[in-house]
Design a protein around this ligand. Structure first.
Ligand code: MG
Length: 393
């Protein structure tokens, strides 16, 4: 039976690539619901192509006409309602930023599989999301729908690094895992000094060397904040203490991440840099399906380089790691400040180096609490955004 999928953020980079996977495997994947922010016309075209009956939009469609038979809902609650539809088995959450947290929470609360590209869900709400995922894993085992071996699959990471680590861990005992190695491309400004980064423009920062992604994550990749968020994400997903999660720059992005074991053996996950592979794996697990990508040709790959990240220049990585280590609500405040600072930089209102300064100022101003509820996190998120706006320079 085909897996029935809701795609949140269907008109974005991950969303459209998810639909690419669905196009290639119509017998295995059925798209049943779509959520998009502003691009109503595009979402309606997707609904028509895939025969989707439910579309949730971030704002009114303004003139765009839905295809016949499509149920359109608008607003934040519309997305939360979409994931609870009985027709939905799997939710691909590719919303941008902290807005994705509520959808992740509702997905797991409804007992559905969460294929997660929205890393902020775990960065901000990992303390709430992971216990829910464990509950859904138990439900899947009890219902006999979990794979015979390996994780029960309630929470499937779509990030390439976490997809890689997930695969390296299958068949391994948690107590024998020594270290997670999260690889980083290093971004377009690898090797530059702080002085050379002072005048960087949004256009320069948007040119990523290896991965083709949306603007927010591309800026985060250039500042290494993306890697910092991924360290926090790995901590939650794989229940690994921070001192056993290392970041290594691997400029070719051929190695998507690695796991080191207690006997010194290291498993690495390699492959073509195409996000459709990790997206598809999150949907196909525990199976593998054919993918529409060129395989890696090792005879043409040349050399693989490795280097330590420069956290003095790219301070966002160190700030995010510090936020994760302190834990509680600090990652929530850190993430919200980063979202505001990146938006300001993209709008030409803030500077490139100002992003880390803003994040640090908000972290210092935040009174850290233990994570208790989504409502509490939303309040802190709002406070941190207001605080961050005062720090744009
Ligand atoms: Mg990644």
């Amino acid at each position: 039976m085909a897996r029935r999928i809701a795609v949140l953020g269907s008109t974005g980079s991950i969303g459209t690539q998810t639909l690419d996977v669905a196009r290639r495997h119509p017998d295995k994947v059925q798209i049943v619901a779509l959520a998009a922010g502003r691009r109503a016309e595009e979402a309606f075209a997707q609904a028509a192509e895939f025969g989707v009956h439910y579309v949730a939009l971030g704002q009114e469609p303004e003139g765009a006409e839905p295809p016949a038979g499509v149920n359109v809902s608008v607003g934040a609650q519309a997305v939360a309602d979409l994931v609870k539809l009985p027709e939905v088995d799997v939710v691909v959450n590719a919303l941008v930023g902290a807005a994705g947290l509520q959808a992740s929470y509702e997905t797991l609360r409804a007992g559905k599989v969460l294929a997660l590209a929205n890393k902020e869900s775990l960065v901000v709400g990992g303390d709430l999301i992971m216990p829910l995922a464990a509950q859904v894993d138990d439900q899947r085992r009890a219902a006999g729908i979990a794979p015979a071996h390996g994780p029960a699959g309630a929470l499937m990471p779509i990030d390439s690094e976490h997809g890689a680590i997930y695969q390296c861990l299958i068949g391994e005992a948690a107590r024998e895992v020594e270290r997670l190695w999260v690889t980083a491309s290093g971004g377009p400004f690898r090797g530059r000094t702080r002085d050379e980064l002072r005048e960087i423009t949004a256009a320069q920062a948007l040119a990523h060397p290896t991965w083709n992604m949306g603007p927010k994550i591309t800026i985060d990749s250039s500042t290494l904040m993306n890697k910092g968020l991924e360290v926090i994400e790995a901590h939650h997903l794989f229940d690994m203490p921070y001192d056993r999660i290392s970041v290594v720059v691997q400029p070719q992005s051929a190695i998507h991440s690695m796991v080191e074991f207690s006997d010194g053996s290291v498993k690495a996950h390699l492959g073509t840099t195409d996000m459709r592979i990790p997206i598809q794996y999150a949907l196909s697990y525990p199976e593998r399906w054919d993918a529409p990508v060129q395989p890696l040709d090792f005879t043409k790959l040349g050399s693989l380089e490795f280097a330590a990240p420069d956290t003095d220049t790219f301070r966002c990585l160190a700030l995010a790691r510090a936020a994760g280590e302190r834990g509680g609500t600090l990652p929530c405040a850190m993430n919200a400040a980063n979202e505001i600072a990146v938006a300001a930089f993209l709008a030409g209102e803030g500077t490139y180096l100002g992003i880390a300064e803003c994040v640090e100022a908000v972290m210092n101003a935040h009174d850290v609490q233990a994570v208790e509820s989504i409502g509490q996190l939303l309040e802190i998120d709002a406070w941190a955004r207001a605080e961050a706006r005062k720090q744009i320079r």
